[in-house]
Design a binder for this molecule. Structure first.
Ligand code: APR
Ligand code: PHB
Length: 389
């Protein structure tokens, strides 16, 4: 098999990049370790920056999003029993779009299928070859059958646990990692959202988040011990804990119900530098991870895709590799700003096991300053809705 760009990973990064390149007439193949059905079982945040929505439109995968999504123009922040709204459109003309990542991934798979893009599932034993030559290649097994793929470039979109990042020599690769000493216990319930905007809550008992997928599907989280287990949490125990972390106005009105999904996720900040090696280019979670507090995982994968797509189309259109050579530097400049914002939101809103009383007072002062300062709220809004590409 020969393609121009071989894409490892059929998650949001790989699919969005593949669709944009395919529409630009650049021959691609997407190699996915799992099945499409398995990929679509993943429950992830669905808070989309406008830049991502614009790219989904460009990829021809935004029709259902426009029919089913809804706009958010602010968030609610609460600290114990006080709460206030940060209204984005006072500071930035850029709403956020609420649309489940699972649906976005489904739409990208459907768009790729309609366009006739090649996607191979059950890909195993994948190895990358000759990355520092003009003819890199991939060897793998597809449902057990060997396959060799010759290509010009390889996009490593295989997520945090993928293999591509490991092909950057360890002596050339710098990895930055911060693991947080807690997790998020999340549930999905077929109940009406407690509020029309997201509620980020800092309480003495820990962080809580009220989110949603649509008017009849809510997504809630409570901070939990890093070693906790979903088996320790009945639905009632979850709802009671969530209510204890929300202001009375919301605790008394929230609609509870049976969880249709319940899981615990760890929180980490991670960046791999560089994000390229020879003709391998890392994109999305393969290169960086943020704690979910700022809803930036998918959106930062999207900005990588924007930069890599622009670089590859410049290469194939103008035979100019300038943007490709600068891809890692360009992407990392925005990645680190998003890492900072996600770290800041996490530090401000969670209870840390080793926190002193002084630390808690500092958190409370941070939130009080946000409540009182338009400049502080403008800074949050600018980061939350999405930094420019
Ligand atoms: N070969 C082929 N595919 C692989 C391999 C491999 N060796 N290793 C992993 N994959 C696949 C995974 O099965 C997954 O479908 O790569 C895909 C990576 O997708 P994500 O982990 O979703 O990462 P990304 O596409 O960058 O999306 C980033 O989506 O999953 C969320 O939290 C994530 O919000 C972030 C955003
Ligand atoms: C979600 O809806 O799952 C969600 C929303 C916002 C976040 C994290 C997760 O910051």
């Amino acid at each position: 098999m020969r393609v121009q760009v071989a894409i490892v990973g059929g998650g949001p990064s790989g699919l969005l990049l593949g669709q944009l390149l395919h529409n630009a007439g650049i021959k691609t193949v997407v190699l996915e370790r799992k099945t499409r059905e398995y990929v679509l079982t993943r429950i992830r945040a669905g808070v989309l920056e406008r830049g991502l929505v614009d790219m989904l439109e460009e990829a021809g995968a935004a029709d259902r999003l426009h029919a089913e999504s809804f706009r958010h123009t602010g968030i609610m922040l609460s600290s114990n029993n006080t709460y206030f709204e940060v209204t984005f459109d006072k500071y930035v003309d850029q709403p956020m779009t609420i649309y489940g990542q699972t649906e976005l991934t489904r739409d990208l798979y459907d768009a790729r299928e309609r366009a006739g893009g090649a996607t191979l599932f059950n890909v195993d034993k994948l190895t990358l070859n000759d990355l520092n030559t003009r003819s890199p290649s991939i060897d793998c097994k597809v449902s057990g059958e060997p396959l060799h793929i010759d290509c010009d470039y390889i996009a490593g979109c295989d997520g945090f646990h993928g293999v591509c990042r490991q092909y950057i020599p360890v002596e050339k690769r710098k990895e930055y990692l911060k693991d947080y000493p807690f997790g998020w216990l999340g549930i999905l319930s077929e109940t009406a959202p407690v509020h029309h905007e997201l509620i980020y809550s800092n309480s003495d008992r820990g962080f809580a988040l009220c989110s949603m997928r649509n008017q009849n599907l809510s997504r809630y989280y409570v901070q939990c011990d890093i070693n906790d287990s979903v088996d320790n949490w009945t639905d009632n125990a979850f709802w009671n804990e969530l209510k204890r972390r929300l202001p009375e106005r919301f605790a008394s009105t929230i609609e509870t119900g049976t969880s249709i999904e319940k899981s615990i996720a760890p929180l980490r900040s991670f960046v791999c530098e560089p994000m390229q090696w020879g003709n391998l280019y890392l994109c999305g979670d393969a290169a960086h991870i943020v704690p979910p507090t700022g809803a930036k995982g998918l959106n930062t994968a999207a900005s990588d895709v924007r930069y890599l797509y622009a670089a590859l189309t410049q290469r194939y259109t103008d035979n100019d590799e300038c943007k490709l050579q600068n891809y890692s530097q360009t992407a990392l400049e925005r990645v680190w700003k998003v890492e900072r914002f996600s770290w800041w939101m996490t530090s401000m809103l969670h209870r840390f096991p080793d926190q002193s009383e002084f630390d808690i007072k500092i958190q409370q002062a941070e939130i009080a300053f946000l409540q009182q300062s338009e400049a502080a709220q403008a800074s949050l809004a600018i980061n939350y809705v999405g930094l420019p590409y």
